[in-house]
Design a protein around this ligand. Sequence first.
Ligand code: UT7
Length: 332
Amino acid sequence: MIQKQLPLISDAVITAFGAYVPERVLTNADLEQMVETNDQWIFQRTGIKERRIAAENEYCSDMIFGAVRDMQRRYRVDLDDIDYILVATTTPDAVFPSMAARVQAEFGIRACGATDVQATCAGFVSALQLANGLVLTGAYRKILVVGAETLSKATDYSDRSTCILFGDGAGVMLVEKGEAGAFLASYNQTDGRNGHHLYRSALAPAINGVSIEQNGKIVQNGREVYRWAVTAVPKGIKALMDKAGMSVNEIDWFVPHSANMRIVESICEKTGIPLDRTLTSMREYGNTSAASIPLALDLALKNNRISTGDLLLLYGFGGGLTEAALLVRWTL
Ligand code: UT7
């Protein structure tokens, strides 16, 4: 009997990567001069040593342009035929025009769609999921995916419970149509009823009927968000691995959102993922929300820790409250 050969289903692959952080360093020692805190408290409670802070005249667009230029230096990429730009950020230069439209203009990309994605610390993974979906439809072939933040511009530096956390930076990835698919399985979950525990105000004075501070700065009930993260993420990892029919032992690198090292340690303990298979960026860059996962990848790539073919579990979680996770085969 002649075995009928199934056609190869074209799929999305990662073809280039870049990152950028601003020059200015804000250390724990610097913060000791600004609020009542100390290096020991910050490092023990969060795993953060320092963060990068955008200059006064540097904004989210500058982070993104820097990351795209870094990608151009590291890979032979042609930006001209990009047909969609997705930017994940919670701290754009302006509410509109979108950051994605600004990227189109900066690099003179001729014909493309451009959309910003708002999913806070789950933004970069959400944008990757959307990019994969757009490629799978067959309608788009080459998508620029960005995670970028200037959280320092939205941080209240008189609030010691938040100002010690946040930093700035950006990462970019090119997702293109290819033969062997990189995106193996995805998982999402949202708990909007608890959204008022982590917000940045804009027009309305309340979320879920709860009055909020309206100063446009990031406000967080750290204990509530912490409790949620260490419960929700391990459940999500189990659901994702079940969906993929895989075990956590098969993961080469776990790349969680770098919110807090204690959260990462708790997730690892609950799921059985070894801590030494985990990539983070909070020690060097603090919590950079949508940029934290690409910045962790950047640090790992520079230390030759990721190899072609490695299986990565990317897991974003944060304001919303929202989770987005992906099992990705590294194709670079
Ligand atoms: O990125 C989006 C998702 N976000 C997260 O996942 C963040 C989740 N939350 C956290 O990471 C942690 O809750 C924080 C790092 C924000 C705070 O750590 P914590 O261990 O939960 O501290 P806490 O809020 O329970 O505060 C413990 C104590 C308090 O003092 P009392 O009430 O026990 O006397 C705070 O006033 O630590 C005090 N404190 C500080 N002390 C020194 C709070 N901030 C500071 C500080 N320095 N910077």
